[in-house]
Design a protein around this ligand. Structure first.
Ligand code: TEU
Ligand code: CA
Length: 549
């Protein structure tokens, strides 16, 4: 089994994790200072969101130099130290690679935009011209505005699949592919263990820039308040993008073992996203964001888990995510209810596949209200003309987050003034949530029944039990409707997980000699072969193999 098939991934958003020099902005030295925490909590891989040179219009997802570090985060030497210090602790490190686009302030784009015949003129996707209208009907990140922006300097439109400040690179140009593969080689050469690939599903577009067909069954795209008006046939999840995944995997193999991994941020149906894995010669992992848009209902999870077993059969691994730096906090999706957060944590860390956890979810951090008028997030700014109540209504309607500042506020280390993120006398770049007292690392370290301690116990169990990190998956169906239950087997070892999503006590028939090794509610108990499951709680049982009928 490869290391990445059984790893657990902790996402760090560097701007909000730990500020080591008191400027109110998180930094690389701050992350290094918290590696012991991440290792002791039990995670095995750290994914760090971008820290490269950037004007910070999209807080690092708009890059002006892939080989240098934004000064507010530190230096390339700090990156070397981060990798070395992580490896010394047995941690793997993944960087966040934004291949699809650069900042519009990148020297490459400034040159490309200057004329139609300079050496970089074909490094981006230019088309059409003044008076001839947009080249096609492709939409940008908000699915409403056009993906094309007119440049008077060049007299043409350029493509920006996300936002105008992030022009898409043209990977049909071999020079672009070479330049970006050299960026990959540079960081691999420094020892990084892999990359999370930003907006990877947009990487290769139709050469002829054909318009997309109308979507006669509009559906909502994750995290956005409008339905997809067009089927993204020519600019999302194309055959050439699946092929690009295989080329990129080859680049990662140039350095041999240990394997360096690629985790794609991709959107679409799991059966389509599975195409990025190829014949195990493509990406190793792809996010499955439909899991993140869950209904707190066992039927939803039964359906998704069966779909993933079908589309990602072993040795393929589904990748699980409940929140990240773009989307509503996991605890906020369940109204801040820590009981429910414990049920979801138990699910996330005992299913078959690779779990990713966004920093702060382990202490139940929730969305922090940030007034739209003060939003720094460029996505939120595009909604600024809306009155606050309308905007909040929009976020509630989609049950997700549009103003991403709300999920990027400083990590809660302790109950001090700025939650231990930065010195008390400093103003952090975003406000600290008022619930930092009870939802912080220091407070929950001291409470054996806290969400944090549950994460620690689950991560340890997962690491120690082959059934949990290498076992198969099988639903247990003869349970009451509010209960989700499944088995994980590896060799003679069997783990059984029972999760009660309901408001009432459930009695479940389990195998008698299966001790409870983890309970999210200490009142849960076995009486004979009947398992008593309290509302919004779960258990992990170790079942002896021969006890299974
Ligand atoms: O986000 C891409 C993506 O998920 C968006 O299309 C998403 O739907 C939007 O953020 C609303 O939630 C990646 C990064 O995760 C994000 O932080 C960047 O802003 C974006 O790409 C552009 O690089
Ligand atoms: Ca700092």
């Amino acid at each position: 089994m490869q290391w990445w098939q059984k790893t657990t991934i902790y996402q760090v958003y560097p701007r909000s994790f730990a500020d080591s020099n008191g400027d109110g902005i998180g930094d690389l030295a701050g992350i290094i200072g918290k590696l012991d925490y991440i290792r002791d909590l039990g995670f095995e891989t750290v994914w760090v969101s971008p820290f490269f040179a950037s004007p910070q219009v999209d807080f690092g997802y708009d890059i002006t130099d892939y080989l240098s570090v934004a000064p507010e985060y530190g230096t390339v030497e700090d990156v070397d130290r981060l990798i070395d210090e992580a490896h010394r602790r047995g941690l793997k490190v993944m960087f966040d690679l934004v291949l699809n686009h650069t900042s519009d302030q990148h020297p490459w784009f400034i040159e490309s935009r200057a004329s139609r015949d300079n050496p970089k003129s074909d490094w981006y996707i230019w088309a059409g011209g003044k008076g001839r209208g947009k080249p096609n009907n492709w939409r940008a990140a908000d699915l409403v505005s056009s993906a094309w922006t007119y440049s008077a300097e060049r007299g043409q439109y350029y493509l920006a699949s996300f936002l105008p400040c992030q022009p898409d690179l043209n990977y049909h140009n071999p020079e672009v592919k070479q330049a970006m593969f050299d960026v990959v080689r540079f960081w691999l050469g420094k020892g990084v263990d892999g990359f999370r690939l930003d907006m990877f599903g947009s990487i290769m577009k139709d050469r002829e820039l054909r318009s997309n067909p109308v979507n006669w069954r509009p559906r909502f795209f994750p995290g956005l308040p409008v339905p997809e008006l067009f089927v993204q046939k020519y600019n999302l999840n194309t055959e050439e993008s699946f092929a690009f995944a295989r080329e990129l995997r080859q680049v990662c193999h140039e350095l041999g073992e240990p394997e360096r991994i690629l985790l794609g941020e991709v959107f679409g149906q799991p059966s389509v996203l599975q195409r990025y894995l190829g014949e195990s010669d493509g990406l190793q992992l792809v996010f499955l964001f439909d899991f993140l848009r869950y209904r707190y209902d066992p039927a939803f999870f039964r359906d998704r888990l069966l779909a993933y077993e079908h589309d990602f059969p072993a040795p393929l691994q589904p990748t699980f995510v409940l929140s990240n730096h773009d989307r509503m906090r996991a605890a906020s999706r369940v109204g801040g209810d820590l009981r429910k957060a414990k049920v979801l944590a138990t699910l996330l860390l005992t299913v078959r596949g690779v779990p990713t956890v966004y920093m702060g979810d382990e202490v139940g951090m929730t969305n922090t209200p940030v007034p739209l008028a003060q939003a720094q997030d460029i996505m939120a700014k595009s909604f600024r003309r809306l009155p606050e109540p309308i905007f909040q209504g929009l976020q509630r309607a989609i049950h997700d987050t549009i103003n991403r500042d709300e999920v990027r506020t400083p990590m809660h280390w302790d109950a001090s003034a700025n939650a231990g993120f930065c010195p008390p006398e400093v103003t952090p770049w975003l406000p600290v949530n008022h619930n930092k007292d009870e939802r912080s690392v220091a407070v929950q370290q001291a409470d054996p029944h806290s969400l944090l301690q549950l994460y620690r116990r689950l991560l340890r169990l997962r690491r120690e039990w082959p059934a949990l990190h290498a076992g198969d998956f099988e639903l247990i169906l003869d349970v009451p409707r509010p209960v989700l239950a499944y088995r994980r087997r590896s060799g003679a070892e069997v783990a059984a997980i029972y999760l009660n999503f309901g408001e009432s006590l459930q009695h479940v028939r389990a195998t008698a000699d299966a001790p409870i090794v983890i309970a999210t509610d200490e009142r849960n108990h076995l009486h004979g072969d009947v398992l008593y499951l309290h509302p919004h709680s779960g258990v992990v049982l170790m079942q002896a193999q021969d006890a299974i009928a």
